[in-house]
Design a protein around this ligand. Structure first.
Ligand SMILES: Cc1ncc(COP(=O)(O)O)c(C=O)c1O
Length: 380
């Protein structure tokens, strides 16, 4: 297996899949995969047994969900253009509009197409450690706030979607959010057929109280007679996918920098955007990749791991390894399924990692390689 490559491992995905399915079995809440997080469709045949379909952020994602995953296809976009709405309607069973003006603009086509119509609500409460993904921050353009909702909105819509969490591992916080949602939107909920609670709830992580979570969802569904949906992205693919790279040079400047045959900017962009250090097998990450404390600088086997783009900050992290590293060694970033493959790009013309799929049977298949032509043809 020639590096760089992403390795999607169905076995490592199985635990999250089983948890998703068990939530559905216990509570009735159906999960749709958020394609914005993970759209590597080679794994969809496996995932289909656990999730009921997909949700999307654009026409293209909606088409991919319909074509490659099947089941329920939900469409959502911050804004659809007039020339794409017909196609969106033709592939989606549910369409969620982001604003009242989008709803009014496209409702006739959605009705003629026979799709179930939803509206994104902004509950003005939520959880995110990052301003960048705080959907309910001041001035947010994502969803309609309660004060703007017309009293007769339920005449126009069948359902609603709220997405107000990012990596929320705390059931208590989610539960409290639901309490507040009930107070705010309870009356509307009574008139709807379905409610999507979005993504960002880390319910597949170890130790998350799945029974309490499922019970709460079941109560909510029963109380308002609504079908509950969840839109897990990260929670679906957490721990499932690695990025494997090779050290191709070592540059010494106070600390040795390992130059690998991939990049953060190009192949793990989310780590740069959210400024986190990805896990690396056989190494412990230091907290801050930009400044190394004096007492740590001379630690044995301490390396910066860097990409090979020209970006000075193309640094995966600073790690203390359990062994000395030399040119030719391979390194494995162990949890890069979410928001990495979907964001990969050809900055600097760096070679694109291949994609391998390790099937549940144990067989590993090379599903995609990229060459010079792919780089050339993504522009002209
Ligand atoms: C509307 C919506 N649903 C679902 C998701 C998936 O979130 P996550 O990957 O955190 O579960 C997102 C992420 O941005 C989103 O915007």
């Amino acid at each position: 297996m020639k590096t760089p490559y992403y390795l999607i491992d169905e076995n490592r995905m199985l635990t999250a899949m089983q948890k998703i399915k068990s939530v559905r079995d216990i509570s009735g809440a159906k999960s749709v995969l958020a394609l914005k997080c993970f759209s590597s469709w080679c794994a969809f045949d496996f995932m289909k047994d656990y999730l009921v379909g997909t949700t999307s952020s654009s026409l293209y994602e909606a088409k991919l969900g319909s074509e490659k995953f099947g089941g329920e296809t939900h469409g959502y976009s911050v804004a659809y253009t007039d020339d794409e709405i017909d196609e969106v309607v033709s592939v989606c069973g549910k369409i969620i509009f982001n604003s009242l003006s989008q709803l009014d603009r496209h409702i006739d086509k959605a009705k003629i197409g026979g799709v179930s119509i939803g509206l994104r609500l902004n509950p003005q409460i939520g959880f995110s450690e990052y301003l960048l993904s705080d959907t309910v921050s001041r001035y947010s353009r994502l969803g309609v706030t309660k004060d703007k909702l017309p009293l007769d909105i339920s005449d126009k819509i069948n359902g609603a979607m709220l997405h107000m969490n990012c990596e929320n591992e705390d059931f208590h916080s989610f539960n409290t959010q639901l309490d507040e949602l009930e107070i705010k939107f309870g009356q509307l909920l009574q008139q709807l057929e379905w409610l999507s609670l979005g993504g960002g709830v880390a319910f597949t992580t170890e130790g998350y109280p799945l029974d309490e979570f499922s019970a709460r969802l079941k109560d909510l569904a029963n109380k308002y007679s609504v079908q509950i949906y969840l839109e897990p992205g990260e929670a679906s693919v957490t721990e499932s996918t690695s990025l494997v790279v090779t050290v191709i040079d070592i540059v010494d400047n106070e600390v040795p920098s390992l130059i690998v045959d991939a990049g953060v900017e190009t192949h793990l962009l989310d780590a740069l955007v959210y400024d986190y250090t990805p896990e690396l097998i056989g190494a412990d990450a230091l907290d801050d990749k930009n400044s190394i404390p004096v007492d740590k600088i001379n630690l044995a086997n301490l390396y910066r791991v860097a990409g090979r783009t020209c970006l000075a900050g193309d640094i995966f992290g600073v790690y203390q390894f359990n062994r000395p590293i030399k040119i030719g060694d391979t390194l494995t970033f162990s949890d890069v399924g979410g928001y990495s493959m979907v964001k990969k790009n050809y900055f600097n013309g760096i070679k694109m990692p291949s994609i391998y799929l390790k099937k549940i049977s144990g067989i590993t298949k090379l599903v995609k390689t990229f060459g010079y032509e792919d780089f050339r043809d993504c522009l002209s």
